[in-house]
Design a protein around this ligand. Structure first.
Ligand SMILES: [Zn+2]
Length: 380
C-alpha cells in the first residue's frame, strides 16, 4: 500500500457521519486523529470548536513565504443506512477502495495530509506556507467553513489560492452553481368536496403555480447562462396538499430548488420570484423565506494560482481545462474573501453518497502526485 492508500483506510475507519440537527461530537474523533497524525509527521496542528463539541482542524507547514496555499476539505460524511459495503471497514476490490467517505471527501483529505508530510520530511524548498483546513458540517449547512472564515481562515499569512478537496475525477473545477430552496403554499377556504362551486381549491392553485414555474419562469432563465455551468434552473421537487378524499383542500405546499449562477444573490432571486408570484396570485399564496441558500463559484482562469494548478495537471498528463459542475462546495464561501479557489480530488461525484461508495486507487495516487507538485510551485 502507498502512504496515501494506508492513511485513507485509517480515516475511513473513524466514523464522522454528519449528525445534521442532532448534538453529537460527530467529526471530533477524526479531527483529533488528524491533529495527532500531523504532529507525528512534522506538522503543526490546532483544533477549533465551531459547534457544540464539533471541531475544525488546521494543519500548517511553514514555507519561505508567508503567502499561503490553503488546502480545504470536509471531515463529515453522509449517513450509512442502506450501504451495501462495510461503511467503516475499507476493502479493496479490483483497484477500487470501498467505504463511506472514500470518495467524498476522505480521499482528498488523505492526499493533502500525506503530501504535506512528505514535503516536510523531504527537506526540499517550500516556496509557500501550506495550511490544511479540515472542516465540519459540509454535508448539512456549511457551518464548518463559515467558522473557518470567522476565525480568519489562517493566521499564517495572505492566502494566494485554495484547493477544495472534493471528488472531481481529477478535473480542475473552477465554477459551480449555488441554490435557493423555499416552500410555496396555496390556500383555500376548504369545505365539503361535494360543493366545490365558487371556492378556491388550494391544490388547483398549486398546480397552476407549478405550470407557471416550469413552463414560463424556468425557461426565462436560459439567457443568464454562464460558460462553464450553463443557465440557472428551477425544479419543483416536492408537493403535498389536502387532508381527506372528500374534503376541499385548505392548503397545498410545493418545494422548489432554484439553482443559481455566479452574479446571482440567492436572496435577491427569492425576492424577485416572490414578486412575480404575488403579481399573478395577489391573495391566497404564501412564499416562505428560503430554508436553504448557497452561493455559486466562478474563479477567473487568469488567476496565477489557477494557472499553476493547470500547469501541474498538464505536466502530470491530466486534463488542465477548467470545468463547471452543478453541485455546491465549500469553495464559494472561501471565495468571498477574494481567494482564487479550485475544486479538485480523486473519485467521481457520481460515487459520492452512494451505497457502494468507492475511490479508484489509481486516481487517489495520481491526485497525490498533482498536489505534491503544486506545493513545490512558486506562484507569483
Ligand atoms: Zn463532499
Amino acid at each position: 500500500m502507498t502512504d496515501v492508500e494506508e492513511l485513507l483506510a485509517q480515516l475511513i475507519r473513524i466514523p464522522s457521519v454528519n449528525p445534521r440537527g442532532r448534538a453529537e461530537p460527530a467529526e471530533t474523533p477524526l479531527a483529533e486523529f488528524i491533529a495527532d497524525w500531523a504532529r507525528a509527521h512534522g506538522l503543526t496542528a490546532t483544533l477549533h470548536e465551531v459547534l457544540d463539541g464539533r471541531k475544525n482542524v488546521l494543519v500548517t507547514l511553514p514555507g519561505e513565504s508567508a503567502e499561503t496555499i490553503l488546502l480545504e476539505t470536509h471531515l463529515d460524511t453522509v449517513e450509512t443506512e442502506g450501504m451495501t459495503v462495510e461503511p467503516f471497514e475499507p476493502t479493496v476490490v479490483d483497484g477500487l477502495l470501498y467505504g463511506r467517505g472514500s470518495c467524498d471527501a476522505k480521499g482528498p483529505l488523505a492526499v493533502f495530509l500525506t503530501a504535506m508530510a512528505d514535503l516536510a520530511a523531504s527537506g526540499e524548498p517550500r516556496p509557500h506556507t501550506i495550511t490544511l483546513a479540515g472542516v465540519v458540517d459540509e454535508e448539512h449547512v456549511y457551518r464548518g467553513v463559515l467558522g473557518l472564515r470567522e476565525a480568519g481562515v489562517t493566521t499564517t499569512g495572505p492566502v494566494i489560492g485554495a484547493v477544495i478537496g472534493e471528488p472531481t475525477s481529477l478535473r480542475m473545477v473552477t465554477a459551480h452553481k449555488g441554490c435557493m430552496r423555499c416552500r410555496i403554499t396555496a390556500r383555500g377556504p376548504g369545505g365539503h368536496s361535494s360543493e366545490p362551486w365558487g371556492r378556491t381549491n388550494a391544490i388547483a392553485t398549486a398546480a397552476r403555480i407549478v405550470d407557471y414555474l416550469t413552463d414560463e419562469y424556468a425557461p426565462s432563465l436560459d439567457a443568464q447562462a454562464r460558460p462553464l455551468v450553463g443557465p440557472p434552473s428551477l425544479a419543483v421537487t416536492m408537493l403535498s396538499g389536502g387532508t381527506g378524499p372528500n374534503v376541499l383542500p385548505e392548503s397545498a405546499t410545493l418545494t422548489i430548488d432554484r439553482r443559481t449562477v455566479a452574479g446571482e444573490d440567492p436572496h435577491a432571486v427569492w425576492r424577485d420570484l416572490r414578486e412575480k408570484l404575488l403579481a399573478r396570485w395577489p391573495a391566497g399564496v404564501e412564499i416562505a423565506e428560503p430554508h436553504i441558500v448557497d452561493y455559486a463559484l466562478e474563479t477567473s482562469a487568469d488567476a496565477p494560482f489557477v494557472q499553476a494548478v493547470a500547469r501541474v495537471l498538464a505536466a502530470a498528463g491530466q486534463n488542465p481545462e477548467p470545468k463547471g459542475v452543478g453541485h455546491g462546495t465549500d469553495a464559494s464561501k472561501i471565495a468571498w474573501d477574494d481567494i482564487p479557489c479550485v475544486v479538485f480530488g480523486p473519485g467521481a461525484i457520481a460515487q459520492a453518497h452512494t451505497p457502494a461508495e468507492f475511490v479508484p486507487l489509481s486516481e487517489l495516487n495520481a491526485a497525490r502526485g498533482v498536489i505534491d507538485a503544486l506545493l513545490r510551485q512558486s506562484i507569483a
